[in-house]
Ligand binder design. Structure first.
Ligand SMILES: Cc1cc2nc3c(=O)[nH]c(=O)nc-3n(C[C@H](O)[C@H](O)[C@H](O)COP(=O)(O)OP(=O)(O)OC[C@H]3O[C@@H](n4cnc5c(N)ncnc54)[C@H](O)[C@@H]3O)c2cc1C
Length: 509
């Protein structure tokens, strides 16, 4: 109840999200005509029609890989990557279906956990993205099914009822969807092949490394070495040649969204429109306008230098592989910015899937390195200069206007600048009673309000800031121990803090 009051009252005060949103394309006149990227990609994909599917992108999860003779179709159970083109899981499902002369189906199992993290912000973005997927599928003679319920409960029955001969799914390292996959594995008939394709990472998670990596420096070389093999073009997902005799039930998208049991106090964002088309427009504006500033200005929250692509990557509306190839191809004039951006998008991002896949305690202090757990324990009883409750933090009512502004922007707009995210999480460690409490509050706020939340990047971001994951020990100090410290003074040296506070921290908070 308190949280709802917080988010609505916060939104009611101060300037609206619309007034303060970062305009994606206005900063400079485009040299290319707007929409160039979509046209270019259509041409690219058609030219790469014969592009081979690399078998290392898949894992066979069933004992059989043989599709039964009398099957009536192949199913792609879309779990994480909600897009049609640039999706290796759908490419593979279509190739399987074509080989067997079968119709192609896509399904999503919609389930809303009873949780403070189930918000309108996230579900609206997701459903509107899926509506676009359904429209594209229709145009390509692919049946799109929106199923209601947990995959373990409903998918095997759906497969049997429709006589489907194989299930392809995509990859996520997070606990809950992994459990859904385990449930499906148990209940799917044994003669149905179940195939998982890593459609999210450029280098499949299990190929990049078979173990938990220590830091960016230990995975960078492994990924870089494999990029020539995996950072390729995509073939086109084509109009499917085989038509299903039983079509999918039409979806009433507005009613579906209206009927979901989600927390509507955390509303939709205005700056980020859902779906692949909108994501492509944001990518285009990044290449045209912001990319050249990325290398030098990416730590300045007052400058629009970042891609802002994380929500579309998080929901799978955009493929990171497409973003990487396009930035490399079209951003040549941006100099060092291309390499700096690829480091974040590829190395740092794929490291987070590695962490969550190989560390079952990815969201707990117990998942930290021994040195970090020890140092946090040694300083657990240190006196804190400020102590705030979760509610005070959520309402952005600390003594620190910079922190409040960042928090307020997150609540109202669903985003926070990458540099401030580190500062923000580290202050939560400093201002709460224990590292455990700090991590739990940081994850709660991040995953409830950030549009890109509930993602491996978020777990690692919070674990890096509070528990030193993928980092090293620093000079020991109060509360933080050897965990890297950040403070307000450091921010003053980096950017115009007062300017940020004026813009983002409402006076009446
Ligand atoms: C406390 C904390 C919480 C975070 N929570 C999330 C989260 O919930 N979801 C999320 O996607 N990212 C999270 N990040 C990582 C990073 O801050 C965001 O990905 C980035 O700010 C998103 O903005 P952008 O798309 O403009 O990024 P850009 O700087 O333009 O980078 C491009 C892409 O690279 C990836 N990326 C960038 N920085 C990182 C990083 N440090 N680690 C891993 N991948 C990265 C993202 O996919 C991003 O969209 C968090 C970081 C911290 C410190």
């Amino acid at each position: 109840m308190q949280q709802k009051q917080c988010s609505t009252s916060a939104a009611a005060k101060g300037p609206s999200a619309k007034q303060r949103k970062v305009a994606p394309v206005k900063e400079e006149k485009n040299k290319r005509a707007g929409g160039w990227l979509e046209d270019l990609l259509k041409q690219n994909r058609t030219e790469n029609k014969e592009m081979k599917f690399n078998q290392k992108r898949l894992r066979l999860l069933s004992d059989t890989k043989q599709i039964q003779r009398d099957s009536e179709g192949v199913l792609y159970w879309m779990l994480r990557d909600h897009r049609v083109q640039d999706n290796w899981a759908l490419v593979h499902a279509q190739q399987l279906a074509l080989k067997e002369n079968l119709p192609l189906h896509v399904c999503v199992c919609l389930v809303v956990p009873k949780s403070e993290l189930s918000t309108l912000r996230h579900y609206s973005f997701m459903l509107k993205g899926l509506e676009e997927v359904a429209t594209e599928c229709k145009a390509l003679n692919i049946q799109f099914h929106l199923l209601h319920g947990s995959a373990g409960d409903i998918l095997p029955g759906f497969v049997s009822d429709r006589g489907l001969g194989a299930v392809v799914t995509d990859f996520t390292p997070l606990r809950e969807p992994l459990q859904w996959l385990e449930d499906v594995k148990k209940t799917l008939p044994k003669d149905i092949p179940l195939i998982q394709v890593d459609a999210h990472n450029i280098v499949p998670c299990w190929v990049a490394s078979p173990k938990l990596e220590y830091a960016a420096r230990t995975i960078r070389g492994k990924i870089t070495k494999l990029l020539p093999e995996f950072l390729t073009e995509f073939p086109l997902v084509e109009r499917h040649a085989h038509t299903a005799t039983r079509t999918a039930k039409p979806v009433d998208w507005d009613n579906t969204l209206a009927s979901l049991q989600v927390d509507r106090a955390v509303g939709e964002t205005e700056w980020a429109q859902p779906g692949t088309k909108a994501g492509m427009a944001m990518l285009e504006s990044f290449i045209d306008v912001r990319l050249k500033l990325f290398d030098t200005k990416r730590n300045d929250p007052n400058t629009a230098a970042l891609s802002q692509l994380s929500p579309w990557i998080r929901f799978g509306h955009l493929s990171a592989q497409r973003v990487a190839t396009q930035v490399q191809h079209s951003g040549k004039s941006a100099g060092h910015s291309v390499a700096s951006f690829i480091e974040e998008l590829v190395v740092r991002r794929e490291l987070t899937d590695n962490f969550c896949f190989y560390n079952k305690k990815y969201d707990s202090v117990e998942g930290a390195y021994e040195w970090a757990q020890k140092t946090l324990k040694d300083h657990a009883k240190d006196k804190r200069a400020y102590l705030y409750t979760r509610e005070q933090l959520e309402k952005a009512t600390t003594h620190d206007k910079l922190w409040n502004g960042a928090q307020y922007q997150m609540v109202t707009e669903g985003k926070m600048h990458g540099f401030l995210r580190m500062y923000w999480a580290k202050k939560i460690l400093e201002w709460t009673t224990s590292p455990e409490e700090a991590l739990s509050i940081a994850l709660y706020l991040n995953d409830r309000y950030e549009l890109d939340g509930q993602d491996p990047n978020g777990f690692v971001g919070c674990m890096w800031s509070i528990c030193g994951i993928h980092d090293q020990g620093w000079k020991e100090r109060e509360v933080f121990g050897k965990i890297r410290f950040m403070n307000y003074k450091g921010c003053l040296r980096k950017f115009d803090v007062a300017g940020f506070e004026r813009k983002y921290c409402p006076k009446n908070l």
